[in-house]
Write a protein that binds this ligand. Structure first.
Ligand SMILES: Cc1cc2nc3c(=O)[nH]c(=O)nc-3n(C[C@H](O)[C@H](O)[C@H](O)COP(=O)(O)OP(=O)(O)OC[C@H]3O[C@@H](n4cnc5c(N)ncnc54)[C@H](O)[C@@H]3O)c2cc1C
Length: 293
């Protein structure tokens, strides 16, 4: 099916994009990689009357690390992250996700920020954003505001980005040397959305106890979830088999999936706990640590 007709504008700066969004109101949308928006328009699930294309916004195409933070602009594509030495070396969770989100063709167009703004309940990036305690900078005509992951991810396909606003930058804290992470995703085939997935990031103290834990799960509820109770169980503790089981159980308890072609609700609820457990174990392994007896 062809999309409904729309007007097309090309913005060369965030200020220009925000001005166009303000001028055209609720029916205008940013066009980033187009990998979610264009299919939605073709199926008439979305019918924006105005598209504001940001793909020529050169200044938005950056990945920079400074002062303990990674800053990523609005036109950075999944493939830029996938093939970045900086990401591969210093950002294990992001590196894992960028290897498995969608397929290589989609990754060459789709943007990290577009994916976060789309906020598909089965999307990979929202779970990672929660686990990594990332933030989003949102710009409107009055200036910029910073929003934490927990506030950014609001509901299915809904984020803190409001009418007339553009997400201009996402900020991911640089993990310390004592941080291990892992993204565990079950998919029916390469390029499919997750049947269930878990993002785990663990920072350890020198004695091997957990200093900070981040756990996000996706495809098992109406929106990606942070497993806060599981994180609290880990904090300050040595990671034992029993503790991993307890954290996995917290993830399964929170999950409220629907049955579909990818599996029954019972299966997804169970398997997300297994993925969290695997994520914790791989995070430790990557730090050269073992699960305590
Ligand atoms: C075949 C296929 C398989 C896929 N598989 C997966 C998968 O396994 N896992 C997964 O997570 N995703 C998957 N996706 C989705 C894909 O990753 C999309 O690229 C991504 O969700 C959207 O990124 P985009 O840059 O293409 O955004 P667009 O499609 O351009 O935009 C998506 C939405 O976000 C808004 N938006 C974009 N950028 C901004 C901004 N800077 N500020 C404000 N709003 C903005 C748009 O207005 C639109 O509403 C798949 C897509 C396809 C086509």
């Amino acid at each position: 099916m062809f999309p409904a007709s729309f007007d097309f504008y090309r913005a060369h700066s965030a200020e220009e994009a925000v001005s166009l969004l303000g001028e055209h109101g609720a029916d205008s949308r940013i066009l980033a990689g187009g990998q979610s928006l264009i299919p939605a328009m073709r199926y008439r699930l979305a019918q924006p009357t105005v598209l504001v294309d940001i793909n020529q916004m050169q200044a938005a195409n950056y990945i920079t690390e400074e002062n303990g933070e990674l800053r990523i602009g609005a036109t950075v594509r999944d493939s830029d992250l996938e093939f970045s030495d900086l990401i591969r070396t210093n950002y294990q969770l992001m590196s894992d996700v960028s290897d498995v989100v969608a397929d290589p063709i989609v990754r060459f167009r789709g943007t990290l920020i577009g994916s976060l703004c789309h906020n598909d309940p089965s999307g990979d990036w929202p779970a990672a954003m929660l686990a990594a305690r990332a933030k989003m900078i949102i710009q409107n005509k009055d200036g910029k505001r910073v929003v934490n992951a927990d506030e950014f991810i609001v509901d299915s396909f809904t984020t803190a980005v409001e009418e007339g606003e553009m997400a201009v930058e996402t900020i991911w804290p640089t993990p310390s040397k004592n941080t291990g992470a892992s993204y565990q995703k079950i998919e029916r085939k390469v390029g499919d959305y997750a049947t269930a997935a878990a993002a785990v990031q663990l920072e350890l103290n020198e004695d091997g106890t957990v200093k900070e834990a981040g756990i996000g799960i996706t495809a098992v509820s109406y929106v990606a979830l942070r497993v806060a109770e599981g994180e609290a169980l880990l904090r300050g503790q040595k990671v034992t088999r029993n503790l991993i089981k307890a954290v996995a159980a917290e993830a399964s308890k929170m999950a409220d999936p629907i049955a579909d072609g990818r599996g029954s609700a019972e299966y997804k609820k169970e398997v997300v706990g297994v993925l969290v457990a695997k994520g914790i174990m791989q995070s430790l392994e990557r730090l050269g640590r073992k699960v305590e007896a």
